[in-house]
Design a protein. Structure first.
Length: 246
């Protein structure tokens, strides 16, 4: 081995060693940010009626104009997500039965893989996304602000027991919140997480807030308008602080 190659090899090893030490230092000295959603002492129940966590993310039981019911977390979700992931989930329906919305919150702990790209969940359930957009929803309390959300309109092809093919539509609305921050972009959230870790040595506890409703194909816009009223009424009780948007 010539002298130049030896120097390059030694330098590469030194850089890898320094990088490893830097990662170890960050992991052992980082602070965990406080969540922007409220954790309460309400047990988290799975779809097999098992108590999975002693706490959960607060979801309001009473929202004017809606009837709410408990919605469980699946055992599969608990299996694939990190053990310190926190959840909140509840179903909200209008009294006339014209709209049922599942509201969910996924809150990361020390492992950022608790939150992934929203497309994955829809595609895994067979939904095909037809349209993506960014919408603004006005929140009036405890302070007035415009909440930027992502909206996915999707279609699902199904077959009835008698073999008849039919389709359903759906509207999926989501965004992300952390201590003093909010964004509708998965990539902005990822960048902010890395930035805060490198610059401030703080691992922000990002929460992924979502609302889902199915509908007849072609009724997506009308469904979204109804969903905005639920979001406006319930978000102030779920999210503790509005935060700064991107």
């Amino acid at each position: 081995m010539n002298r130049r190659l030896l120097i390059l090899c030694v330098s590469a090893v030194a850089l890898m060693g320094a990088g490893h030490l830097a990662l170890v230092y960050l992991r052992t000295h980082q602070r965990l940010g406080k969540p922007a959603v409220r954790l309460v002492g309400v047990p988290l129940i799975t779809d097999s009626n098992r108590v999975a966590r002693a706490t959960s993310v607060y979801m309001p039981e009473r929202v004017p104009g809606y009837i709410s019911t408990f919605a469980s977390i699946t055992e599969h979700e608990l299996e694939v997500l990190p053990a310190d992931t926190s959840f909140g989930r509840r179903s909200y329906a209008t009294p006339d039965g014209s709209l049922t919305v599942q509201a969910s919150v996924v809150l990361m702990g020390t492992d950022r893989t608790s939150i992934h790209q929203p497309e994955f969940c829809l595609n895994a359930q067979g939904w095909v996304i037809q349209r993506k957009s960014v919408e603004q929803i006005h929140i009036s309390r405890p302070q007035s602000y415009d909440l930027a959300v992502r909206r996915f309109d999707s279609h699902l092809s199904m077959t009835s027991p008698d073999g008849t093919a039919f389709h359903r539509g759906s509207v999926y609305v989501f965004w992300f919140v952390a201590d003093g921050q909010r964004t509708a972009s998965h990539w902005s959230r990822t960048w902010w997480l890395i930035r805060d870790l490198l610059l401030h040595n703080v691992l922000q506890r990002w929460a992924y807030v979502s609302y889902f409703a199915d509908c007849a194909p072609g009724e997506e816009d009308a469904t979204f308008e109804k969903m905005t009223r639920l979001i406006t009424a319930s978000v102030p009780d779920i999210v503790q602080q509005a935060g700064q948007s991107e």
